[in-house]
Design a protein around this ligand. Structure first.
Ligand code: ZN
Length: 403
């Protein structure tokens, strides 16, 4: 189980083939600026390790026919875990983050020890069919570079070394990170963000989340996970949030806040699915109430577009349906807060399922596996080397090419 790339270049080649394969050798050498002899050495190592294979497909170029290199996605499997208020959700994915199995279990005390025990039993369940190479855990909270949870208020946790605890008990490489960071990284590696160096994501659910890929890397620091965009001011006439802000993102866009507004307006305790279903049927009261949230969402999208210049913005999370049922109002809010001379903001919707959050977590495990590092718990998203386009300094590259 596991592999250890012998150097940075080997890691670069593995990552390039994982993200963009199948790739012909000439193309691979060009992309990574490698001498043919170097690539031959590296590809032999990767083929021996079982990470990469020569595909049967033959590309006829101008020169000789070539058998491209690709990963063997089904040769490795990963457990992606998302911690929620009452449940531990998990998926098993292959090396390209395709989900092959969905698992979950309820936790009772929510203690770190209980949660690690549950992850352990989910791992055992998964391994009945698929040996697990690495584990990724996504948590809605502040997670440090070692995969320790600094604070996760929804579980009442502070300073829990979750990655280290899980790794010790499961005997599998484990990475843990903030769920938004994991979500945007999954979009970047295997989703709509593949091949894009700049994009942003807004998630709607119990809170409002924001994540961003800038210059090919997840933009993250010690404050990621605090939820700093949650109280962005949007509607001066909106309802109050828990902190007393009028019409902030939390008050306008979260599922609990919208449900509260519905209760006040209709006297009915509706759940989120009912609200969306009635909106789709054209219920007047519901539609009118969602208009303001739709406009507010458009305004937040405009702020993100204006401040961070992304290629596009992904809307995800359990409350993503708001963007669809209130689309016209969203676009009004966006237009109102975006200079007409500026380019149109492109918006993508991501599925708002637990499975999607778990896939993000699995990508943490995949990353940990492909970019295997000495420090077992080093948060892969805050690694020292660049994330997706790891190009060592030209001198280092030249030296390696001569080796
Ligand atoms: Zn607020």
């Amino acid at each position: 189980m596991g592999w250890q790339p012998s150097d940075q270049l080997t890691q670069d080649v593995a990552l390039e083939v994982l993200l963009h394969g199948p790739l012909g050798r000439a193309e691979l050498a060009r992309r990574l600026d490698l001498a043919p002899a170097t690539l031959t050495r590296i590809s032999s190592e990767l083929i021996r390790s079982g990470i990469v294979t020569e595909t049967s497909q033959v590309i006829e170029g101008r020169g000789r026919p070539t058998t491209p290199l690709d990963v063997v996605p089904t040769a490795h499997h990963f457990l992606g875990v998302k911690l929620a208020g009452e449940f531990v959700f998990a998926v098993v994915t292959d090396l390209r983050a395709r989900v092959v199995r969905v698992l979950d279990a309820r936790h009772h005390t929510g203690s770190p020890e209980e949660v690690v025990d549950i992850i352990h039993s989910l791992r055992d369940e998964a391994e009945a069919d698929h040996p697990i190479d690495a584990v990724g855990i996504a948590v809605g909270g502040v997670v440090d570079a070692d995969g320790a949870i600094t604070s996760a208020p929804f579980l009442g946790w502070t300073d829990i070394p979750l990655a280290a605890m899980t790794e010790r008990q499961l005997q599998r490489p484990t990475a843990c990170a903030n769920d938004l960071e994991a979500f945007v990284e999954a979009l970047h590696w295997f989703g709509v963000g593949s091949g894009h160096s700049n994009f942003a994501a807004i998630t709607l659910g119990v809170g409002v989340g924001y994540g961003c890929i800038a210059n090919g890397r997840v933009l993250a620091n010690a404050d990621s996970g605090v939820g700093l965009v949650g109280h962005w001011p949007l509607d001066p006439l909106g309802p109050l949030c828990r902190k007393g802000h009028q019409g902030c993102a939390e008050a306008m866009l979260t599922i609990p806040a919208i449900k509260r507004s519905m209760l006040v307006a209709t006297g009915e305790q509706l759940d989120w699915d009912q609200i969306i279903a009635r909106a789709r049927r054209g219920d007047d009261t519901i539609t009118r109430l969602l208009e303001r949230s739709g406009r507010a969402l458009g305004q937040l999208i405009a702020a993100v577009a204006n401040l961070t210049a992304p290629d596009f913005i992904v809307i995800g999370g359990e409350g993503v349906d708001l963007a669809e049922v209130a689309r016209a109002d969203l676009l009004d809010g966006l237009d109102e807060h975006r200079d007409p001379r500026a380019s149109k903001v492109s918006i993508e919707l991501a599925p708002g399922t637990n499975e999607e959050w778990c896939r993000g977590a699995a990508v943490l495990g995949i990353r940990r596996f492909v970019l295997a590092r000495g420090n077992a718990n080093n948060n892969p998203l805050r690694a020292e080397t660049p994330a997706t386009d790891p190009t060592p300094a030209p001198e280092a590259r030249a030296a390696a090419n001569q080796a």
